[in-house]
Write a protein that binds this ligand. Sequence first.
Ligand code: PMP
Length: 437
Amino acid sequence: MSELKTDAFWMPFTPNRTFKAAPRLVESAEGIYLTEKDTGRQIIDATAGLWCSNAGHCRTEIADAIHQQAGKLDYSSIFNFGHELGFAYADRLVKHTPDGLDHVFFGNSGSEAVESALKIALQYQRARGKGTRTMFIGREKGYHGVNFGGISVGGIAPNYQTFGQPVKANHLRHTLDIERNAFSRGLPEQGVELAEDLERLVAFHGADQIAAVIIEPFAGAGGVILPPKGYLKRIREICDRHDLVLIFDEVITGWGRTGSAFASVEWDVTPDMITSAKGITNATVPMGAVFVQDEIYNTVMDAAPEGMVEFFHGYTYSAHPVACAAGMATLDIYEREGLLTRAGGDIGRHWENALHGLADLEQVIDVRNYGLVGAIELRAPDNLKGKFGGKVSALAWEAGVMARGIGDALCMSPPLIIEEHQIDELMQKLRGVIKDL
Ligand code: PMP
């Protein structure tokens, strides 16, 4: 390997010293494949990057749009003036959201989308005279990014142990129940009653303290935890009963992952806000968004005196023109190639069958899937419990597959363009890796 200076770059979410002792580098990518630097090996990107390169890597059309926009209007502030593309893009995005979520607030990442959504909820509660509603309900194992609001509503232990809980929140129980739901195909049958945990938290804190409930329709970074049948509907009903704002964090579940543009559409439960990022630009240029329901938008608008800023929040790069151009070109591809619904068709069924085809391996204790997402839960040796997934993911890389280790599971969310024979190739490789454990 040519001399690589690794000291300056403080890598995120990575054991820096271990990585830097033996860096694994990717040189290029195309379609569902990554090319490893130095070896030139083709690696199947079974996670679409980080659940985000939904239309596959290095789509020329998106690259061209980025290039053209950077040469035409590379940047313009959108504080007090605007550019046409931002409005046109927002207008086009909301054609894909559930009915009534017709407004978009832009940021640059999932974390910023979450932070913006939490602040919109606070602003809304104040605007309608319910300013005592300042805390949030999230869920154990929930992941909502790394900013102070997101780590507080999220349910990821190391965040608490390192940074505490800067924003007041409490958490619903998570819904992973391997004993009752092992090897479910699609949504698990057991566990709808876990939604009642929200009633417990409302009774404990009082509805007049709670600004919003935020959950991922399925928890991604928590290990692909699918909602039991009826669970999300029950959560919606309880929110309605207590007048709570419901936010779905669809940073992973959005843009075709489940077989619909959004999981809210797929599972027919409409939240009051949806956070989005990742696949929104096919991960080419950072972009985050919050989709906001009409009543929230209108209440916030009407509460401020004419001429005053209604929502004191925003980013230098909100609706960045280059990100909007990338997003427009991404939508062109999603719409033209039918990618937003593809996971719900034959390819999703093939994925399900192929994934469950590994169930005969004695090391596999659960397989869960929906659309084009899935997880294989492995029987971990005692000394590696809770971190076996990471070990197996390293072995998978050696075998030519990028899969994400979370706890003792291997998690995958391949690009939505994946073909049947590529799924077969992927499973064959994983079978070899798991069999040899
Ligand atoms: N919400 C969810 C559900 C996510 O999965 C993620 C990222 N994995 C985020 C928020 C944070 O997104 P970002 O890393 O772009 O800040």
